[in-house]
Design a protein around this ligand. Structure first.
Ligand SMILES: Cc1cc2nc3c(=O)[nH]c(=O)nc-3n(C[C@H](O)[C@H](O)[C@H](O)COP(=O)(O)OP(=O)(O)OC[C@H]3O[C@@H](n4cnc5c(N)ncnc54)[C@H](O)[C@@H]3O)c2cc1C
Length: 422
């Protein structure tokens, strides 16, 4: 007698990848009553543990509204440091642009949150939603996107059937590759060296970015350290997150320097503004590349977040783009369901690609251009940069326009990013 294949579990949406974008999308759809299966090959608790990811994320004001709308922001407020101002300087030049949140309203320009805390807050939210079924760690062994439904099989034998598959599996998306969706991509020949630095003086909630010939150097304000972490840093309680971009040829040597020498190199870049410095934790390194999918959708499949686009972190926008993708797609799927439509229909998914691909292309191009314009020491470009800095610092409407873009509150925003309910 042949064994019968296991019965398929049915859901509305199968989300592959429980990263910040996949979990936000699951929380949005599950919160609106759609049945969601959320799958990740890795253990989500391990990914949300302290020390799993040394990065922080600059969450724009628009993304904060999305996180609030899906019920995850309240758990983050205690650990989110407001950005009240951003100071941008060109290398050693005395010229700078100072963006002050007070010029555009009462809200901060954004917040800095630890990536592990962000994952933890989203994980707690998806676990609390009865419509979301989290299956992880559970590698996907097969996905078939057919004309009337998509079916998937997990390594433990679980079989799933869904109206639509949402690929949130990151910049090296296996689902994108399997669907044969091509990408535009190139390496920046730069690595981001990332660590948390403890310092003597408070940062005043000011984010600092210095454009240097080898790449941008950013110091992002964090909340003060918990007591144990401050003790490990010799009593230094104030903290900032460093994103130090270097040529890929020398970044591994810098990241591997003995700690005292690494701290010395850091002081050379930061100056004495923050007093004594210490880096008690891990120094991480991320090779930087641009990847942009030529299409965001295929039969019963949509690419979301880094699976669709991964950009240079120079402006801290990659995940903010992913949150806007998740909010827009959730809105289209929920509206389609309310109208009694098939949520995996080609017309519904094409609407998502039309809405999001242009915005993401513009940001990918702009961040790429900023990196090329600033990561060099070519004299005419240096002169042009400094003229630009002087002009923006003098022209208040230009400053306000840049700030509103960085805050993610302009353009064709989805309801969640406008602070409305889904
Ligand atoms: C140094 C650095 C600093 C950055 N700073 C900022 C910032 O300040 N602001 C900002 O907006 N963005 C920032 N970014 C970008 C941001 O980190 C990414 O855009 C974000 O992590 C993308 O989230 P995601 O959920 O799409 O993908 P990921 O975070 O990559 O998550 C993908 C998930 O999919 C899972 N997965 C992968 N493959 C499979 C598979 N085959 N099956 C099942 N599961 C799978 C993974 O386990 C993971 O959980 C930065 C990036 C870098 C490198």
């Amino acid at each position: 007698m042949t064994a019968r294949p296991p019965a398929e579990d049915r859901c509305d949406a199968l989300i592959v990848g429980a990263g910040p974008v996949g979990m936000t999308l699951a929380a949005a759809l599950g919160g609106a009553g759609l049945r969601v299966a959320l799958v990740d090959r890795a253990d989500p608790d391990a990914q949300a543990a302290l020390g799993a990811d040394g990065r922080t994320t600059a969450i724009s004001a628009g993304s904060r509204r999305v996180l609030d709308g899906v019920g995850a922001w309240a758990a983050l407020t205690a650990d989110a440091c407001p950005i009240d101002a951003i100071r941008v300087a060109d290398g050693g030049s005395p010229l700078f642009v100072h963006y002050d949140a007070a010029e555009v309203g009462d809200d901060p320009l954004g917040h800095i949150v630890d990536n592990f805390a962000l994952r933890g807050a989203l994980l707690a939210r998806v676990r609390a939603l009865p419509c979301v079924r989290l299956l992880a760690p559970a590698p996907v062994t097969e996905i078939v996107c057919g004309p009337v439904a998509a079916t998937a099989r997990l390594a433990d034998g679980t079989a799933l059937r869904a109206a639509v598959v949402l690929a949130c599996d990151g910049r090296r998306s296996a689902l994108r590759t399997e669907a044969g969706i091509e990408t535009v991509e190139w390496s920046y020949g730069q690595d981001a060296i990332v660590c948390t630095v403890h310092h003597e003086h408070p940062h005043g909630n000011v984010a600092v970015e210095h454009f240097r010939p080898d790449g941008p150097f950013a110091m992002l304000p964090m909340t003060d350290a918990p007591a144990a972490a401050a003790r490990a840093a010799g009593g230094l309680v104030h903290r900032s997150s460093i994103v130090w971009t270097e040529r890929a040829a020398i970044a591994p040597d810098i990241a591997a320097l003995p700690r005292a020498e690494f701290e010395f190199e850091l002081v050379r870049r930061v100056g004495d503004r923050l007093g004594r410095l210490a880096v008690p934790g891990t120094v991480w390194r991320h090779p930087l590349a641009l990847t942009h999918a030529r299409h965001y959708v295929d039969r019963r499949l949509a690419l979301v977040g880094d699976a669709a686009h991964a950009i240079h972190p120079i402006a801290g926008q990659g995940l903010n783009m992913g949150f806007r993708d998740a909010a827009a797609l959730a809105e289209l799927l929920v509206d389609a369901r309310r109208c009694g439509l098939d949520i995996g229909a080609a017309g519904v998914l094409a609407g998502y690609e039309r809405w999001r691909r242009f915005d993401n292309t513009v940001l990918a191009v702009v961040t790429d251009a900023i990196n090329r314009l600033f990561s060099n020491d070519i004299a005419p470009l240096r002169t042009a940069r400094r003229l630009g800095f002087g002009a923006v610092q003098r022209i208040a409407p230009a400053r306000r326009l840049f700030m509103r873009h960085a805050m993610g509150v302009v353009g064709d925003l989805p309801r969640l990013a406008r602070g409305e309910t889904l």
